[in-house]
Ligand binder design. Sequence first.
Ligand SMILES: Cc1ncc(COP(=O)(O)O)c(C=O)c1O
Length: 379
Amino acid sequence: MTETTGATGEGTRAVRAGLPEPVKNEPTLPGPVFAAHFHLPGDVEGPYTYGRDENPTWTLLERAVGELEAPGRDDVETLVFASGMAAISSVLFSQLRAGDTVVMPDDGYQALPLVHEQLRAYGIQVRTAPTGGDAQLAVLEGARLLWIETPSNPGLDVCDIRRLVDAAHARGALVAVDNTLATPLGQRPLELGADFSVASGTKQLTGHGDVLLGYVSGRDAEAMTAVRRWRKLVGAIPGPMEAWLAHRSIATLHLRVERQSANALAVAEALRDWPEELGVRYPGLPGDPSYKIASQQMRRFGCVVSFTLPTRARAERFLDALRLVDDATSFGGVRSTAERRGRWGGDAVPDGFIRFSAGAEDTEDLVADVRRALRESTG
Ligand SMILES: Cc1ncc(COP(=O)(O)O)c(C=O)c1O
């Protein structure tokens, strides 16, 4: 039981998430515990024995994430990992066996094709379908696990989580949702029936571009035991310092998400209203193909906006001309970033496609910077 019990507003919940009961003369959020081993006389008993299995700093962070992903529920377990990919791999490789079938998106995070390759090498059948239009529904028959990424990165398509979960469960399949882009303040997949909510905490959850982290929240105790076992086997654990930094950052998650969502919407509107047709995508923009379903299942629409400039050269000039926006990969940080996504070669996007991550700058400054860079790059 943590001190947050009884806190109902999302901002209140975020600032107190995972805090221990107050102890006189102790800090509010205890510092990172650096320990490879713990004193362990006699029998091997928990909670803390060896540093690859458990750490008190992870415990507090796991409580914090759990309180955001599944407020008020004590049947949900959260485990933290060294990165989002470690978290994703822990679910896929702990739940699937040779001969199983998994349904994955074909427009998700660019490292997923590597995962598909590895799953196939282990004798697991991988079927893919796009996120938009709930197209994964059509290839569900016989699957053991359905993997959803909504909104998808970088295309920002959205699928109906509840509808896909119902269809998957009716066929006996588990469902995992990559909740990286939305964050738990944007959507709560477990409340929509998913078995796992999985995310990269490297992005908006921690939000300062200085930590790699991942987590899995799940409500099936047996499945989570297998995920925990996988973490122990592979050792893909976060350092105590990273875990502590992440917990510290969660205190401002609500503030950051509110500002960054507002900034993303303002940038999306500016791009929509620009005299050139830029194919802007943002799930929170009325009229966007994702808007209807996003409005049903999301409480905030995220900080990522995508759009397409006519050529690679124009996109590069645009990125060069931005002053408040760093040309960098990743997303979700308090400082805006943007990149020409095609430079990585992994996504099926045009040469001029830009993924833009709105930071926490003043809205009018950010929009003015984008407009100026659009103008200056026209040349
Ligand atoms: C949607 C999504 N899932 C997972 C990941 C992987 O996270 P990490 O880089 O923390 O391993 C990313 C990284 O960009 C991502 O965008």
